[in-house]
Design a protein around this ligand. Structure first.
Ligand code: ATP
Ligand code: MG
Length: 420
């Protein structure tokens, strides 16, 4: 039954009547040819680093073997200005072609022609599978060309990127060199500035020392000459008391005595104001309250004072600097702050001394002050700060317009006899 069926069941393949087995075998043969062509094309695309034209001419030679009648098959590939064809290529009425276009706008096609007429199939003499094959090949070719385009673009981009990197690196290197030079120049200027500043501090310290010396000399002179003379005059006047009564001049002599006493008192306070022995003789715990009392009395302004820690045993230079500093800060409050409250505080810990002068007055802008120091004759605060810095301390200003001022002086603690 089966034999009969097989032998009697015949089918039309390529225009001829063939038994079923042979038909299947022929079909299989066709698929193998197509697959081989696809495989060879894909290997070609993978391993073709050379020119596109060479790849195209190798591809075109693979094609005829994949079609049903290789011996009468010719092929041609067109792409842009390229054209590669098998030697036997001829345009005939039996043509199968697949077109494609790449993303750079170029068009291409794969063309297969039969040189002789053959029985009709799905698409003229061509099989349906051959249509699928030619379309796949066109698609593969399009992808391959686009890959090449991208690779070229990538290479170009890489090159321009590398160029840019080199240019930028050169620019940066030059900039870096410039910067290094500038840094060195600034370092030089800075070290010269430091040296100048050091000299300036020394000069200021020397000026202050000389001023102090002169003040002491003037005070001593005032005391030894005018003060002594006034005291002698008073003694002599007192010795004339009896005679004055005798001559009826008691009242005049008494007036002169009173005047003399006032002059003696004024001379004494002048002497003490010019150079008070208190600065040299007393510890800060006594000299600062003395200064505050005098200040309060002179300006009719209450000053609160607080101190904690032992303020004795502080070296002479530190004492003088703090005394003078405190005096300048208090004078500044009177001159500039229009304050109603002033507080002075002294505090000492194991290593440092702190002096705070605080007021509730007008306040000021620290940056304005720095500009003033350069332009105007504002010297007091600057001088205090420089002397504090010279002793290894610091001066911090906390001030806001309309909200008062707090100035904090910090000095390393130096006991008497120890080197500053
Ligand atoms: N307690 C304060 N309240 C408000 N302003 C102040 C105070 N202390 C200082 N200033 C401001 O800071 C400026 C600088 O003070 P500085 O002591 O250096 O100069 P000065 O007192 O004007 O002049 P001098 O050189 O005679 O001391 C002052 O002109 C003032 O504007
Ligand atoms: Mg001042």
């Amino acid at each position: 039954m089966t034999d009969r069926t097989e032998s009697t069941e015949v089918l039309q393949v390529s225009g001829s009547v063939l038994p079923r087995k042979q038909r299947i075998f022929l079909k299989l043969q066709e698929r193998v040819k197509e697959l081989t062509a696809l495989h060879r094309a894909s290997r070609l695309f993978q391993k073709s680093p050379g020119k596109l034209k060479a790849t195209l001419s190798r591809l075109v030679r693979i094609l005829p073997a994949a079609w049903q009648y290789p011996t009468i098959t010719s092929a041609r590939i067109l792409y842009g200005s390229y054209s590669c064809a098998t030697e036997n290529f001829k345009v005939t009425p039996w043509l199968q072609s697949a077109e494609f276009a790449t993303r750079n706008g170029k068009k291409g096609s794969i063309e297969i022609t039969y040189l002789e007429e053959r029985p009709m199939e799905k698409e003229g003499p061509f099989l349906q599978e051959e249509r699928a094959l030619i379309n796949s090949l066109a698609h593969m070719l399009q992808s391959h060309i686009e890959q090449r385009i991208y690779q070229v673009l990538l290479r170009k981009n890489n090159m321009s990127l590398e160029k840019k990197v080199v240019e930028r690196t050169t620019q940066l290197t030059r900039l870096n060199e410039k910067l290094l030079k500038e840094v060195k120049r600034r370092e030089r200027v800075e070290s010269r500035l430091k040296a100048f500043r050091k000299k300036l501090r020394k000069l200021l310290a020397e000026t202050t020392r000389l001023e102090e010396q002169h003040r002491r000399a003037i005070a001593a002179n005032l005391h030894d000459t005018i003060g002594q003379a006034l005291a002698t005059m008073k003694m002599k006047l007192l010795s004339l008391h009896g005679e004055a009564i005798f001559y009826g001049l008691e009242q005049e002599i008494d007036e002169i005595r009173k005047l003399l006493e006032i002059t003696i008192k004024t001379t004494r306070s002048l002497t003490s104001e010019i150079s008070s022995p208190i600065i040299y003789e007393l510890e800060l715990s006594a000299s600062i309250p003395w200064l505050i009392d005098k200040f309060s009395e002179k300006h009719q302004m209450p000053v609160s004072f607080a101190s904690t820690g032992d303020l004795s045993g502080i070296s002479e230079q530190t004492r003088w600097t703090l005394f003078r500093g405190c005096r300048e800060l208090l004078n500044n409050v009177v001159k500039h702050a229009k304050a109603s409250k002033i507080s002075v505080a002294f505090f000492r810990d194991r290593e440092k001394l702190f002096l705070t002068v605080e007021d509730n007055g007008a306040g000021f802008s620290v940056s304005d002050w720095k500009r003033k120091v350069l332009r105007e004759n504002s010297f007091g605060l600057f001088n205090v700060r420089e002397q504090i810095l010279e002793l290894g301390g610091s001066l911090d200003i906390e001030s806001e317009l309309g909200k008062g001022t707090r100035i904090i002086v910090t000095l390393p603690f130096q006991e008497t006899g120890k080197k500053e």
